[in-house]
Design a protein around this ligand. Structure first.
Ligand SMILES: [Zn+2]
Length: 83
């Protein structure tokens, strides 16, 4: 398993508490296993691992997004994090 697995789990719990258990892109309700941690601002674009830059997303959305700001066909549920 990944080295940060435990920390990731805790981060995930925190994100669920803050934003709910739905994908931040498509709004689908997700089970714990379906949830992935999404970086709103990509690391390659200077995004960090702080909780404000992270959201819960399903893996189809997370994967389809690639380096775009949001996945094709989706608008973010909330949009207050981009300056
Ligand atoms: Zn989704």
């Amino acid at each position: 398993m990944a080295m940060n697995s435990k920390r990731k789990q805790r981060k995930k719990q925190k994100l669920v508490k803050m934003y709910g258990d739905c994908c931040c892109w498509c709004g689908q309700k997700l089970s714990w296993k379906q949830m992935t941690i999404e970086h709103i601002k990509h690391k390659s674009k200077g995004g960090g691992n702080d909780i404000g830059n992270l959201r819960i997303a399903c893996s189809p959305c997370n994967n389809s997004r690639g380096n775009r700001l949001y996945p094709p066909g989706f608008l973010p549920v909330e949009w207050r994090f981009i300056e």
